[in-house]
Design a protein around this ligand. Structure first.
Ligand code: FES
Ligand code: FE
Length: 426
C-alpha cells in the first residue's frame, strides 16, 4: 500500500487505512518517532534546578530535568540495572532518583552514584561511570524542548527548516517569550494522532461546521462567512504546516491588550508582524505531532474576544488510539488579568472538557473507527482541494503559501513527509 501511495498523494488521494492500522502504527514507532525530533516539554515547566517532568517519545518514557547546574537534560526513565521505571511521578523536584527495585541511585543528571552492596556484592567489577541513565539527544527552540532517538538526525534548526518564523507567533508574543499556564491536561482518546495533526496543520474547512455553535451563540468575534480567507503555508519536504485565517474588517491584533501588542513589535520581525497583524486564527503543526492554536474567543457572547493560545501533543499509544496532551501558553510578561482571561478562554474551548475539544473529538473518533473497518481498508479520501492553486509570489514568510486557506495543500505535504519517513531505507 505504501509503495502505491506516493503518486496518489500528489494527485490528491490518501488511503483511509493509514488512520487506523496495526502495521502502520508499528512502522510509525520504528521509522518515524524513532527518527524525528519529538516535543518533550516547555522550559517553563521546569524553571528551577531539580524540576522534572516525565514524558514520552513513542513508547519510551523520558525524564526531562533541569540539573543542579541549571542545564536541561533528558534521560531514558529506565534503571540500568534491570530496567525498572526510575521516576514514577509526572512532575516534581528531585536532586536524585532512587530505583524502587534494588536501590540504585542516580543524580538527576543521570550519573549512577549509589549501588547497594557495591563492595560486598560487585567486588570491584562494576564501573559506575558506564551505567548511568541513557541520555536522550535534545535541543531547544524558543522554550520548546525537543528530543530525538536518532543520533544521526539533522539539527533541530535544520529539521524546523524555516517554520521557526511561524512558531515565533506562538512563542514570542511578549518581550520574554511564552510560558505554560499550569500543568497540561492529558487524557486517552480513541482516535488516531494523524487525524488531529492534519486538522491542526490548517483545517479551516471544518470550523464553521464542526464548531458552528460558536458562531450561533456569539462566542466567535467574527463572521463564519469569512472563514475561508487567509493563507495556508507549509514547509515543503518537512511536513510542518500552518493555517492563518483572516477576518477582514477586524482591527489588527484584536483580542490582545495594547501593552502586549507593543511588546510584539519588539519581539517579532516586520515580516512576522505583517503576517500576524492580519491573522485571526493561527493553527499550525510541527511535524509529526506537536500543534498550536491562537484563536479569539468571547468570554461573554457578543463581547470583544480575548486571544488564547494552546499547545498540544498527539501522542500515539496504539492504532487509532492516542494520549492527548494540552497546554495553555501565555506571554510571560503579560498582565495577570490577561493571563487569567486567556486561560479561561482556553479552558472553555480546548481544555479537557472544552466545547471545541468535544466537537473535534466527536468527529475524530468516528473517523478513526470507520478507517479501521473492513471495507474502508480499500477506500481512499480526496485531497484535491487547492490542487492547482498557485503559490503566492509575494508572501512575506518562508515556505509554500497559498490563499485562501481552505485547502488540502498543507496536508499533501504532510502525508508526503510522513511517507518519506515510513519508506526511508536505513
Ligand atoms: Fe533498578 Fe535493580 S532495577 S536497581
Ligand atoms: Fe476544530
Amino acid at each position: 500500500m505504501l509503495d502505491d501511495m506516493r503518486d496518489g498523494i500528489w494527485q490528491g488521494r490518501v488511503p483511509a487505512r493509514i488512520f487506523n492500522d496495526q502495521e502502520i502504527f508499528e512502522l510509525e514507532r520504528e521509522k518515524l518517532f524513532a527518527k524525528a525530533w519529538c516535543f518533550l516539554a516547555h522550559e517553563s515547566e521546569i524553571p528551577k534546578k531539580g524540576d522534572y517532568v516525565t514524558r514520552y517519545i513513542a513508547d519510551n518514557s523520558i525524564i526531562v530535568v533541569r540539573d543542579e547546574h541549571g542545564n536541561v537534560r533528558a534521560n531514558l526513565n529506565m534503571c540500568r540495572h534491570r530496567g525498572n521505571v526510575m521516576c514514577k511521578s509526572e512532575m516534581g523536584n528531585a536532586s536524585h532518583f532512587r530505583c524502587s527495585y534494588h536501590g540504585w541511585v542516580y543524580k538527576n543528571s543521570g550519573e549512577l552514584i549509589g549501588v547497594p552492596y557495591f563492595k560486598e556484592g560487585y567486588e570491584g567489577q562494576l564501573d559506575r561511570k558506564q551505567w548511568g541513565l541513557v541520555p536522550i539527544r535534545i535541543d531547544t527552540y524558543a522554550g520548546l524542548i525537543f528530543g530525538t532517538l536518532d543520533p544521526h538526525a539533522p539539527s533541530l534548526d535544520e529539521y524546523l527548516g524555516g517554520f521557526q518564523f511561524y512558531l515565533d507567533i506562538y512563542l514570542k508574543q511578549g518581550a520574554n517569550g511564552s510560558e505554560v499556564h499550569g500543568p497540561p491536561d492529558h487524557w486517552i482518546a480513541e482516535t488516531d494522532w494523524k487525524i488531529c495533526a492534519e486538522n491542526f496543520s490548517g483545517d479551516g474547512y471544518h470550523t464553521p461546521v464542526a464548531h458552528q455553535f460558536g458562531f450561533h451563540l456569539g462566542y466567535f468575534p467574527s463572521s463564519g462567512s469569512t472563514h475561508s480567507e487567509g493563507w495556508a503555508v507549509n514547509i515543503p519536504g518537512k511536513g510542518h504546516g500552518i493555517g492563518l485565517g483572516h477576518t477582514p474588517g477586524m482591527p489588527a491584533f484584536f483580542g490582545y491588550p495594547d501593552e502586549l501588542v507593543k511588546q510584539m513589535h519588539e519581539s517579532l520581525s516586520p515580516e512576522q508582524l505583517e503576517v500576524f497583524s492580519k491573522t485571526r486564527t493561527a493553527v499550525g503543526s510541527v511535524f509529526p505531532n506537536l500543534s498550536f492554536l491562537i484563536q479569539p474567543f468571547s468570554l461573554v457572547p457578543g463581547e470583544p474576544g480575548v486571544r488564547f493560545c494552546t499547545m498540544r501533543l498527539w501522542h500515539p499509544i496504539g492504532p487509532g488510539r492516542m494520549e492527548m496532551w494540552s497546554w495553555c501558553l501565555v506571554p510571560r510578561d503579560a498582565s495577570e488579568e490577561y493571563k487569567e482571561a486567556a486561560y479561561k478562554a482556553y479552558t472553555l474551548t480546548f481544555g479537557q472538557a472544552g466545547t471545541f475539544e468535544q466537537d473535534d473529538f466527536e468527529n475524530w473518533i468516528k473517523v478513526t473507527k470507520a478507517a479501521g473497518s473492513t471495507l474502508a481498508k480499500n477506500i481512499e479520501f480526496p485531497y484535491v482541494m487547492g490542487l492547482e492553486r498557485p503559490q503566492l509570489e509575494d508572501f512575506p514568510g518562508p515556505g509554500h503559501a497559498v490563499s485562501p486557506y481552505v485547502t488540502d495543500t498543507n496536508f499533501r505535504n504532510l502525508w508526503s513527509t510522513w511517507l518519506d519517513y515510513l519508506t526511508r531505507e536505513e
